[in-house]
Design a protein around this ligand. Structure first.
Ligand SMILES: NC(=O)c1ccc[n+]([C@@H]2O[C@H](COP(=O)([O-])OP(=O)(O)OC[C@H]3O[C@@H](n4cnc5c(N)ncnc54)[C@H](OP(=O)(O)O)[C@@H]3O)[C@@H](O)[C@H]2O)c1
Length: 328
């Protein structure tokens, strides 16, 4: 039986990564924080490990006590923060401390998989697609911090790491695209800016299958672009919701200066509540980018992987889940 350690297990993607490991009959250890919400981690077979990535010696000791894992998926990450330093602390510094602790304990796994982001590569211009190996040009602090983690891993020639770079992930339990989906279910779909956008998506169940394929077939030292391989435009989210619900949506274009203003207001409200809003000015260059389309040939061939869902079939399942769980 394989032993796997999954960080960020309490999050949206983490919960599905845990489920997949259990369904394979593996021994799954979920790394969490004392404050982590365990709603989606109820299976009695899950082993829990509370890790504090801020405390180097405690981290080392806790990992030593656990013994070696066959696989490690480092999925924990800061996706919303106020300052550049917060992104670097939650992504780059956590990753470095975690890897350093594993290495100094001599507990190197068969594969250490880092869940990075397409934000580490950055978008391209309209009509272009992101190719494997493209020189990265992140447009947010989040993307820069994910890239810094990848660059640190790339310095480790004697450590078997690989990374996945997922585009926007959606599916049951997800709380960000959920807001757009909820509005579309009520008949309103919003498009950012006047220019057409080329978007990409991946359904969470496909992402998780792809991550396990990368553990088993991925090449060490390689980074894999992750989308479902299809090309979408800004209107497709609304259309996918329409197809799933049978209810017509009205597509409304919001000019970028107005989006920027709304984001600024949301940040002020967020600061008063002590929370970073989903829509914030730092995130805008990603949200308004011209093209997130990727060339997926290399990922699918290397990992012997084919997605089972596209935006439309994934949206049907997602909306059904939201309805069954009273989110809609
Ligand atoms: N969702 C997407 O569209 C998307 C796209 C590309 C890449 N990704 C990457 O996928 C990973 C998972 O994302 P998600 O969407 O599932 O996000 P999420 O729901 O916010 O989950 C993030 C997870 O990381 C943990 N975490 C955050 N900061 C941490 C820290 N400093 N120390 C320890 N644990 C920490 C959280 O723990 P708590 O529960 O304790 O807060 C949570 O378990 C992230 O690395 C993200 O960058 C996501």
């Amino acid at each position: 039986m394989k032993k796997i350690l999954i960080t960020g297990a309490s999050g949206f993607i983490g919960g599905f990564l845990v489920d997949e490991g259990l369904s394979r009959g593996w021994e799954v250890t979920a790394a969490v924080r004392p404050s982590s919400d365990r709603t989606w981690l109820q299976d009695p077979r899950i082993r829990f490990l509370t890790l504090n990535f801020q405390d180097e010696s405690d981290l080392k000791q806790k990992l030593k006590d656990e013994g070696r894992f066959d696989y490690v998926i480092h999925n924990a990450g800061t996706t919303k923060a106020h300052l550049r330093g917060d992104y670097f602390a939650g992504n780059y510094e956590v990753t470095k401390r975690f890897v350093d602790a594993i290495r100094s304990n001599e507990q190197t796994p068969d594969q250490f998989l880092y869940v990075s982001s397409l934000a580490a590569v950055g978008p391209v211009k309209a009509g272009e697609q992101i190719e494997p190996g493209l020189t990265p040009n992140p447009v947010t602090f989040y993307g820069e911090s994910k890239l810094a983690s990848e660059q640190y891993l790339a310095t480790l020639t004697d450590f078997p790491w690989s990374a996945v770079q997922p585009t926007a992930v959606f599916g049951p339990r997800e709380k960000e695209m959920y807001l757009a989906i909820k509005l579309a279910c009520r008949g309103w779909a919003f498009l950012l800016g006047a220019k057409p956008q080329e978007l990409s998506f991946i359904y969470v169940k496909d992402l998780v299958r792809l991550i396990y394929a990368a553990l088993e077939h991925g090449h060490s030292g390689k980074k894999y672009l992750v989308t479902d391989g299809k090309k979408y435009n800004g209107e497709d989210v609304g259309k996918a919701v329409e197809a799933a619900t049978g209810r017509r949506t009205t597509q409304i274009k919001i000019p970028l200066p107005l989006v920027r203003f709304v984001a600024a207001v949301a940040e002020i409200v967020g600061a008063l509540r002590g929370k970073m809003p989903l829509l914030n000015r730092e995130k805008l260059p990603e949200l308004a980018a011209e093209s997130w389309r990727c060339n997926m040939t290399e990922t699918f061939e290397d990992l012997q992987f084919q997605p089972r869902f596209d935006l439309y079939s994934g949206m049907r399942e997602t909306i059904q889940w939201y309805k069954n769980n009273d989110w809609l």
